[in-house]
Write a protein that binds this ligand. Sequence first.
Ligand code: MG
Length: 380
Amino acid sequence: MKNIAIFGSTGSIGKNALSVIRRFPDKFRVVGLSASSDIRGLYSQIKEFHPSFVCIRDKESAFKLKKGLGSKIRVYSTDEGLIQFAQEKSIDQSLFAISGSAALAPLISSIASGKDIALANKEALVMAGPLIMRMAKKAKVKVIPIDSEQSAIWQCLYGQDRVRLKTIYLTASGGPLLNESDASLRRVSLLKVLKHPRWKMGKKITVDSATLMNKGLEFLEAMFLFNVSHKMIKVLIHPQALVHSMVEFVDGVVLAQLSKTDMRIPIQYALSYPDRLNGFSPGINFYNLKALNFSKPDCLRFPCLSLAYQAAKELGSLPAVMNAANEVAVSKFLSERIKFMDIPKIVAKVMRNHRNNKAPGLNDILKADVWARQEAYGLA
Ligand code: MG
């Protein structure tokens, strides 16, 4: 029996994780649940899964929960509380489904207290990847990715000698705007951006998929997770989104991972690794498959990807700055204060104004993050 704590249980990944756990009550037990603000969602999950401790960010909500739950369940609140929640003794594996940079502090706290990690959040790694991976190595903690591409690479590399790895092919469906003209990209509506053709996800990541920043973040994520240089990763547009990524070895052999576009698949693998458990649906029907296409992404139409390449080349505090500026720009776009193509403009400008710190510590990274947010807020 594995004891699981879910960070961000009321979001899209969190709910999918619970639907995996629900199917294997003899393998996984939920010991902790955390949510940002959805108190009703959290309450119904508590009633179903009976965790030993929970966390809700808002103090007042935490007070209400305490009253409703009695003394059997420990209730944490605020960002500080989440850091303590992360250190609860009974946790075997912490599943990070919080989106954005808010995951960084509780993730570091989990690793420091020796919990294995199942990681869906990509922003924390993008901000502080080298630091996090060093900490994980020291604490002998496994960081198992949930992001479908990283999970694919993880699966393809299983049992392989890493020094024989030559290239990682990171695939991208291309998002909902893959075939839009320049002119229509400039005036595309929020509604259209939020309609992803292949994946049902949270809003932030859906916008990131449309700008291809999501692939840019994954590019950085893969560098840190698999300890490879930016020169070893190639992004491929693959509209069918069946090949979730591939690896090529020195002998020219390529291994690919294919599965349906269902986040429960990589979530389940991150929980059961290295074992495999029964899936939710039959696999791919190859007889109905017409084609698998691959092409090079267009960085001119999707400038966020080339900004990420630049951050990947320069590293230091630049990836954190890019990530922070992007979070602000995306939230502005979601509240319809800027246009779609203003997102890369804002990110580019903040990155240009940043003096890169080549060997940042955690504090430098957090400072760069705050600085970049202020810069991005200041821009139109
Ligand atoms: Mg992904």
